[in-house]
Design a protein around this ligand. Structure first.
Ligand code: SAM
Length: 209
């Protein structure tokens, strides 16, 4: 168990919302929802001690970028230390809602993937909706918003997105839903549904929203 993780949970139980980091199995299943065959811009909300960030950084190409948004100062300092030698990774000690400003400042037009580990289910409804809108706007056409949560309640709020696929992962404490929300490709102004990620369909529940 990560000592830092448990300490930060004791300090801020509602913000951290879990006593242990995601399991290896969950991390692998989340990473398989992303296609790393091309350079990617990826944002992560609530990386904590960085269990997903390390896997993403390990898989992504040298010209990809990973923006980590972590509210907690101690986690952020630890992430800075872990990624000090990796110029592709940017640690932002701040709210995930700062994503649009951070992209603008860095001259990045859109993200390919946004991964979230923050406790969305306990966010006040106005904050939840505002963050969902910012997330949708920050994704390029064909982009995906990926969340892992104990409940699948975000599906009822994330109606901006054109499609959602969920998978229930038992190999985590507690078990989690991984849900991939798709932003449709637009060709000549027409909507064309994106092909669901092969990994999402592989051995999992497929629920078009
Ligand atoms: C359940 S932990 C997940 C940690 C890690 N991603 C994992 O899978 O083990 C949630 C993390 O989200 C962070 N967090 C909560 N609300 C946030 C927000 N609005 N913006 C950025 N980080 C946030 C917390 O500080 C905590 O590190």
């Amino acid at each position: 168990m990560s000592a830092l993780f448990f300490k930060r949970f004791l300090q801020r139980p509602f913000q951290v919302a879990s006593i242990i980091p995601s399991s290896k199995a969950l991390v692998k299943k989340v990473a398989r929802k992303m296609d790393f065959s091309q350079p990617r811009v990826i944002a992560e909300y609530g990386p904590g001690e960085g269990v997903h960030s390390r896997e993403i950084a390990r898989r992504m190409s040298p010209d990809s970028q990973l923006l980590l948004f972590e509210l907690d100062g101690a986690f952020s300092r630890d992430l800075q230390r872990q990624f000090a030698d990796d110029p592709r990774v940017h640690v932002i000690n701040g709210d995930a809602a700062k994503l649009p400003e951070e992209l603008k400042q860095r001259g990045i037009p859109r993200c390919d993937y946004i991964l979230s580990g923050i406790p969305f289910s306990i966010l006040p409804i106005a904050k939840k909706r505002a963050l969902l809108e910012k997330t949708y706007e920050a994704l390029g056409d064909g982009g995906r918003f990926i969340i892992y949560q104990v409940t699948n309640e975000l599906r009822q709020h994330a109606t901006l997105f054109d499609q959602a696929d969920s998978q229930y992962v038992l190999q985590n404490i507690p078990p989690m839903f991984i849900t991939v929300f798709h932003k449709i490709h637009r060709q000549n102004g027409h909507k064309r549904p994106v092909r669901p990620a092969a990994a999402v369909l592989n051995g999992s529940n497929h629920h078009p929203a």
